[in-house]
Write a protein that binds this ligand. Structure first.
Ligand code: UD1
Length: 419
């Protein structure tokens, strides 16, 4: 297993291009199940989660290969290939995104039930309830969701909680269902909108994506298309936090600026300079110590839960007391104990972390617990005195493309070593 060794105290100067969004690419790849033929998906980031989705699609009769930043898939209908096995689902919860498309296209699906994960229980009951409302018969047995239907039928569905992959799963299922589906309290996340754009290019009839109410009129067939995945707003935000921690002057290109207003506002509020150079390019500089800033995670357009851990690392060395409140996942503070090992002063109270900014952090051996927690520890390591050793690096590889190389190219001192 690899670990990451970071020598703190080096500014970041230069330019980084943001990669395609993992959380947009995953549902888009799952949606390939909905039609036959060749698909060329550009800006699909080279990540472990994306490889896992491609392996899963292979199991479902869809072969693929990579040509640089583009994944080329060949989708062939095979009614028998309907199973997402435990071995793949256990490494990536987003495998559940195959459930809706399989059911819509093949009338049957057998998808391993995802377990809990470090950040919380994360059930998929809302996905299942919505598919049942569309006429699917669902049983959960021996750890698998078994779903079957003659033909999915449009339905009016109100989600009890805003669910991103839930909205995506049902939007894909509804695209080939009979009649109209109305999704209320739908997720408004930009990645949901990107999936809708992709489905519409395939011929789907969707309206209202990006709002709380999405209307999908089912069509008989969908077509193979080429598509470019949107840039990753969480990766972009993570690099901004890296500058907030380490200092320097970094140009970021391919940034989805319109989709990350809450993150930009909070970083600006803390005193980081972010200058827009054009629609997708910014310059990030730190000219003064940052000041305490509170955040509360919320569904989009609120502050993203996927940025909470990284922002907290920045606040650990900002002036004053910040409060980070997590309202999406019940256990998403695993990074707190590790940040404290590096000298951060953080207290947990209910859903909030109260962070008393300190002047410096000190390098320490720490352990990554999940993807964004890993990024948070890297950010802390960049500004800490001495060396930080981060183990369980596989979490980082699930979601950040060439992270170590990208940071090294702009002056950070970090290397991957065998444990
Ligand atoms: C997606 C993102 C993840 C992000 C999260 C919240 C992908 C692949 N992953 O995850 O990076 O952190 O959105 O922005 O896009 N819930 C239920 N029942 C359900 C579904 C969800 O109770 O059937 C709860 C969850 O436990 C959680 C909340 O709803 O508390 C939101 O979860 P959800 O939006 O579904 O997260 P994911 O789609 O899994």
């Amino acid at each position: 297993m690899d670990k990451l060794v970071i020598e703190g105290g080096y500014e970041l100067n230069g330019s980084i291009r943001v990669s395609g969004a993992k959380n947009a690419a995953l549902p888009i790849l799952a949606a390939v199940i909905l039609a036959d033929g060749e698909f060329r998906i550009s800006e699909a980031p080279e990540l472990v989660d994306i490889s896992t989705m491609l392996k899963l699609l292979e199991e479902l009769g869809i072969s693929s290969h990579r040509d640089g930043k583009t994944v080329i898939l060949n989708s062939k209908f095979d009614k028998e290939k309907i199973e997402a096995p435990y071995e793949l689902v256990k490494t990536m919860r987003a495998s559940v995104l195959t459930l809706g498309p399989l059911l819509a296209r093949k009338g049957r699906a057998r998808v391993s039930l995802p377990g809990g994960c470090a950040i919380g229980e994360r059930p998929v009951d809302l996905h299942l309830k919505a598919l049942e409302a569309m006429g699917a018969e669902i049983t959960v047995e021996y750890g698998y969701v078994e779903a079957a239907c003659e033909k999915l039928k449009g339905a009016e569905i109100t989600f009890d909680i805003v669910t991103v992959t839930g909205t995506e799963n049902i939007m894909m299922a509804a695209a080939l269902a009979e009649g109209e589906t109305v999704l209320r309290n739908a997720a408004q996340e930009p990645e949901v909108v990107d999936l809708a754009r992709f489905l519409k290019k395939m011929g789907a009839d969707i309206d209202g994506e990006g709002t709380k109410e999405i209307r999908i009129k089912g069509v008989k067939t969908l077509n193979n298309v080429d598509y470019t995945v949107m840039p990753d707003r969480i990766e972009a935000g993570t690099f901004m936090c890296c500058v907030a921690a380490a200092g320097g002057n970094l140009e970021l290109t391919n940034v989805p600026l319109h989709e990350m207003r809450s993150t930009l506002n909070k970083l600006k509020e803390s005193g980081l300079n972010i200058d827009k150079l054009d629609d997708t390019t910014i310059n990030v500089t730190k000219t003064k110590p940052l000041s305490a800033t509170d955040i509360t995670t919320l569904p989009y357009p609120g502050f993203p839960t996927d940025m909470q851990a990284q922002f907290m690392a920045v606040m650990a060395c900002s002036k004053g007391v910040s409060v980070a409140t997590e309202t999406i996942f019940e256990n998403r503070f695993m990074h707190v104990a590790e940040l404290k090992r590096m000298g951060a002063e953080i207290k947990l109270k209910d859903k909030s972390a109260i962070i008393q900014g300190t002047d410096t952090l000190t390098g320490a051996p720490v352990m990554a617990s999940d993807l964004r927690a890993s990024a948070s520890l890297v950010i802390a390591g960049l500004m800490a005195e001495g060396e930080t050793h981060i183990s369980r690096l596989y979490h980082l590889d699930r979601g950040y493309e060439n992270f170590v190389d990208k940071l090294t190219a702009v002056g950070a001192k970090l290397k991957r070593v065998k444990e």
